[in-house]
Design a protein around this ligand. Structure first.
Ligand code: ATP
Length: 680
């Protein structure tokens, strides 16, 4: 059993005891010094009395002293009762503030107070640093003469008076107790994260004509122009050439036969990340001969997958490339039919580019015969930070395993048979392999190397717009990143928060819609239930075309709602976070966070539904007073300190109250009706 005795605990106890002892000694000393100071003051008063006019005490001098003495005593009692609590320290010391009464303190008083404060702080610090102090005082005791010397050094700080008797030799204050600013520990980042390629934040000022970006295929240039894209946004102008360069020898091999570097992109919401991977992938695959799955885009939601496959369809139209979306919107069997075809010679792929949600993708990998990823060249992970959160689904391992699966059938494929990549060695580079390159995109890409590690990136390159504004870009040269700023918001976004209470929230929303005449508003709540109730309430109030969007509605209805909102048929769309990420709805003027988001990433994606593509937009967040501090801190910590406070006067809401109360009673009936329907 002795083997299991952990001595560390015993030592801690001893040190704790020593700390308590030292604290007690400090208290005794403090008491003694106070008594001495009081005696000294009384003596001085006695000496000064004859000097005052008509034997009266001097104004502001003695009148203050007995008072301050009384206050001092009261203070001592309070201090004793409080036992030097933490609150005292936070207040900056309540006692001296009290002492600074209208009468004003004498210099001596102030000095005494300071002495007291010094001692008090010291004893507190000692309490905190109990361990070291305990050890040091023990050491001092054993050192004898040396210890006494230290005690003498302590005297001027403690009492600053000649009569002060030396304190007990056990009270030894070693070292400098001045508060030192706590040094912020900078996280250690690998070089690729610490020195990224910087992207310009301002879209409109940094448009690059599509013809000026080298290497874009004429077919695609034409398509871009047909779709009204005259210039590239900064992220596109940087990332498209980078991806094209990594496939400059064709998609079967990396440049010079080497494996291409993976690419990570962190750029604000609405900055055009989608085209920055769609264009180079379509271009690289334009020359493919056999239809095989060569690009796979994985996204977190069906709606997002649909949106991205729409963009792929635009740019692959007329090229012969086939885009298939597997998201669960169609039946599994239907999706299987779209993916593979069984022929006499075996299975053949019907898709060049697959856009998928992770769950459905994993199902097809394990259950669809002939679903083959062995020729996969690009794996695009959009909303990458969110996809890392979903990594528990193990979808990435399944994809990588399927991509490096050894094929049994012999044939031309064997020429490019690939093996799971290991360390880069002369041997591993000497025969050609189809590389699997990962491209990661997000507006809130994590900088946490540990999280990114899960993706098994190969010599990654980071393109980011997260940097300090003070550091201006010189022709995109790579400069050091500012550790303070963690996220970038669209340049045209104006943000406000509205302090409110729970009851005023619906009235505020009505005020924005009816009085301030906001249109095309996307309003976020924190739950499906909250979205539904708010929708019913606004509907019952009347006068606003409103709709809801959440997973409680079938996909077809959700699609229709988005379309109508985009067409301007719906003024107010109340949604859960289902539309918070990636969804590109044209013409959203304003985002309202009806429920304050709990996480910064949620905030960034929600407000990013407006002010897209270099346009302007407004974001209002209703923040309960109890949440205000936390909310502001969350933004500040993320490097977003400039959010304005927008106060709405109560009298502006008063005209809405009566109708609102009627709407509330209508809502009650509707909810009861719905509940009855559910039960039936
Ligand atoms: N070069 C361009 N010129 C004009 N419009 C563009 C250009 N590139 C993209 N857009 C438009 O900008 C909008 C936002 O693009 P996109 O959805 O790709 O942004 P994002 O960066 O992926 O945003 P999020 O992070 O929210 O997903 C889209 O409506 C898109 O059509």
């Amino acid at each position: 059993m002795a083997l299991f005795a952990i001595t560390r605990y015993a030592a801690e106890e001893e040190e704790e005891e020593a700390g308590a002892e030292a604290q007690e000694r400090a208290r005794v000393l403090l008491e003694r010094l106070r008594e001495q100071a009081r005696a000294r003051q009384l003596r001085r008063q006695r000496d000064e009395r004859p000097r005052g006019a008509g034997g009266e005490p001097a104004a502001g001098g003695e009148t203050a002293s007995p008072g301050s003495e009384r206050r001092g005593r009261r203070r001592e009692a309070a201090e004793r009762a409080a036992g030097g609590s933490e609150e005292e320290e936070e207040d900056g010391g309540a006692a001296p503030a009290e002492g600074r009464g209208a009468g004003g303190d004498s210099e001596e008083d102030v000095k005494q107070q300071e002495d007291r404060r010094n001692l008090k702080n010291k004893s507190k610090r000692k309490k905190r640093n109990g361990e070291t102090e305990g050890v040091e005082s023990k050491k001092a005791r054993s050192e004898g003469a040396e210890g006494n010397q230290s005690t003498k050094e302590e005297l001027p700080v403690a009492a600053s008076g000649e009569e002060a008797t030396p304190p007990p030799s056990s009270l030894v204050v070693l070292g400098d107790y001045d508060r030192k600013p706590v040094q912020k520990v900078q996280p250690f980042l690998p070089q690729w994260l610490a020195q990224p390629k910087l992207l310009q934040k301002r879209i409109k000022e940094n448009l690059i004509p599509v013809g000026d970006v080298p290497g874009i295929h004429p077919k695609l240039l034409k398509k871009l122009q047909m779709n009204g894209i005259e210039s590239f946004f900064p992220v596109q102008a940087e990332v498209i050439p980078a991806v094209l360069q990594s496939a400059s020898n064709g998609y079967l091999m990396g440049q010079g036969g080497y494996r291409p570097k993976d690419i990570c992109v962190s750029a604000p919401t609405g900055s055009g990340k989608t085209l920055s991977f769609v264009i180079p992938i379509v271009q690289v695959l334009l020359d493919r001969v056999v239809c095989q799955v060569r690009a796979l885009v994985v996204l977190p939601t069906k709606e997002l997958a649909q949106q991205v496959s729409k963009v792929f369809n635009i740019y692959t139209d007329g090229t012969g490339l086939k885009v298939v979306s597997i998201t669960g919107q169609k039946s599994f069997a239907k999706e299987q039919e779209m993916l593979v075809q069984k022929k006499v010679t075996g299975y053949c792929s019907l898709a060049d580019i697959i856009v998928a949600t992770p769950g459905r993708l994993a199902d097809h990998i394990s259950k669809t015969p002939g679903f083959n990823l062995t020729q996969l060249r690009f794996l695009i992970i959009d909303e990458a930070d969110r996809m890392i959160d979903d990594m528990h689904q193990n979808w990435l391992n399944q994809v990588v395993k399927a991509a490096f699966q050894v094929e049994n059938d012999s044939g031309s494929n064997m020429l490019f048979q690939r093996t799971k990549p290991g360390p880069v060695t002369a041997a591993s580079c000497c025969y050609p392999q189809i590389p699997l390159q990962k491209l990661l995109f997000s507006a809130t890409l994590t900088q946490d190397p540990e999280k990114l590690q899960q993706l098994g990136l190969f010599q990654p390159r980071l393109f980011t717009s997260v940097y300090s504004e003070k550091k201006t870009l010189r022709n995109g040269t790579e400069t050091e990143q500012d550790a303070e700023e963690k996220y970038t918001l669209p340049e045209g976004l104006s943000q406000c928060y509205v302090p409110c209470n729970l009851n005023s929230k619906p009235l505020l929303l009505l005020h924005f819609m009816l009085t301030m005449k906001f249109t095309r508003v996307l309003c976020f709540t924190n739950s499906r239930e909250a979205s539904h109730r708010l929708f019913l309430l606004i509907q019952a109030f009347g006068g606003i075309t409103v709709a809801e969007f959440s997973s409680r509605l079938p996909p077809s209805e959700r699609q229709r709602t988005i379309k109508e909102f985009e067409q301007g048929k719906i003024q107010l769309l109340i949604s859960t976070d289902a539309t918070a990420r990636g969804i590109d709805i044209k013409g959203v003027n304003c985002v309202i966070n009806y429920d304050a988001p709990q996480f910064i990433r949620t905030y960034i994606h929600r407000v990013g539904r407006t002010a897209r593509a270099g346009n302007v937009g407004l974001a209002f967040s209703m923040v309960l007073r109890i949440q205000e501090r936390r909310f502001l801190r969350m933004l500040k910590d993320a490097g977003i300190p400039d959010i304005k406070k927008h106060l709405v006067k109560g009298k502006l809401l008063t005209p809405l109250v009566q109708q609102y109360e009627e709407a509330l009673s209508k809502l009650e009936k509707t909810v009861k009706g719905e509940q009855a329907q559910k039960r039936a």
